[in-house]
Design a protein around this ligand. Sequence first.
Ligand SMILES: N[C@H](CCC[C@H](N)C(=O)O)C(=O)O
Length: 262
Amino acid sequence: MNIPFYKFHGTGNDFIMVDNRNDVFSKNNTKLVHDLCHRRFGIGADGLILLENSEISSEDFKMVYYNSDGNQSSMCGNGGRCLVAFAKLLGIINDKATFTAIDGLHEATIDGNIVSLKMQDVLAKGINEEELFLDTGSPHHILFSEEVGDINVKRDGAAIRYSEKYESCGGTNVNFVQQTELDTFLVRTYERGVEDETYSCGTGVTAVALAVNAIGKTVANTINLETPGGKLQVSFENNDGAYHNIWLTGPTAKVFKGEFEC
Ligand SMILES: N[C@H](CCC[C@H](N)C(=O)O)C(=O)O
């Protein structure tokens, strides 16, 4: 069977998008997803995302996310943003969306190629710079640096991702952060399940934005995150460490359409 796909990226975090409302995709075929995401022998992507019908009629669709290792994984912020753009292209939505992902319900808005995605609430009480870990739909360890450009992200990220500290919980993503202005931070991310640096990570920059506010590096509640793949913005409200009304905003792009056999 030939299955059509679209290739999208959100600030360089790139995905194979499949309209699976007719359940055409073999969802337990880890090898297929891995091979499709392979940068040399496949289409090439950080992940693969299925758009499916939601069991809840008031929702526009459901998101199923796979990392490029072929395994289903936790929430993907950039992938969620790209999925909203994909749903718009398919004519499923107009300028707003409500969908279910593995971490629950998400609202989103789209204006041109800019998608804003509402993230789940996060409790960031009592965190400190020495032990910065937040789960924003995916797990994120955060480290600060004077010069993120000098870091070997693949080597140093993997060391933390595979460390004993995170072994029992399936590992973590790792974000290296450099403050450049009061409300602006450079972020480089090692992604679990890609097992390499990605050009950006939506749940990662969300974790960074909440963390820098929670530990007092900024009092801003709209944070600019600059990643190798582009610029993202995270805005939020904070009630004594309980972060809510968290929105991840940034560009998305459709790169090409194709089809694969399976
Ligand atoms: N690799 C992540 C999921 C994708 C996160 C990232 N692509 C994003 O935009 O949030 C994990 O397995 O925890």
